[in-house]
Design a protein around this ligand. Sequence first.
Ligand code: FES
Length: 272
Amino acid sequence: GKYQEEALILANEGVADTTWRLVLECPRIAAEARPGQFVMLQIREGTDPLLRRPFSFHRIHPERAVFEILYRVVGRGTWWLSQTRQGSRVSVVGPLGNAFRPPDRPGPVAVVGGGIGVAPLYELLHQLAKPSAFFGGAVDIHFFYGTRTAAEMLPESTFSELNLPVHRSTDDGTAGFCGTVVDLFRRVLEKDRWRPAVIYACGSLPMQFAVAQWALSRGTPAQLSLESLMACGLGACLGCALPAPDPKAPNADRYVHVCKDGPIFEAGSIRW
Ligand code: FES
């Protein structure tokens, strides 16, 4: 189902440089949300409604009727969102889009997040790390997490309860490996000589492109969340259209829309 709810804001706080976490009590949406899906949230400027914007689920707690989103303050809309106080309400529509799928085969799993792309991967990591109804069991997980600089990185304590290796990188070398998260991912896999059974990734388009190239060249399945391309989330702006091979005529192209057909795509289902 898809619901519209007036969610109660339980917390709205800065967690890293320009990065905020919003905790919402929203029973029907929290009950059905799956990792990788998103909601449309109506941001208000004072009392005036602005456009609805898409945000993925960062953490889902159905037992408490709560979910969380993680967002970057990048412009007027998200600045207003960061000013919204605990105890007020916000209109939410969801859950929308498709979800990450469990691995098709056993073996280690690589999760690769760039910048705010960590948002949907955090819930996925929880579901992979703990036996859950959705993924059905614990697997060997390696998490690769890169930001531009250390100040943008979520604190280490965010990941401690997951109890898994976190390989960190920053573009400027202020924390972890100096370079991109895809450079780090390639380096660790080549040094330790293992192949993931599946890669899950979310981040900027160039980062996802690099992950897709690596996965396709090695025949490794990869599920990419292309949510960063969504502006309206409703099929109205066409800003999220991408060329894709037509399954009925593989040499022909068709267009897919991240907001309607995604946001999760197999690496091979997009014309990169
Ligand atoms: Fe606007 Fe997909 S995000 S059409």
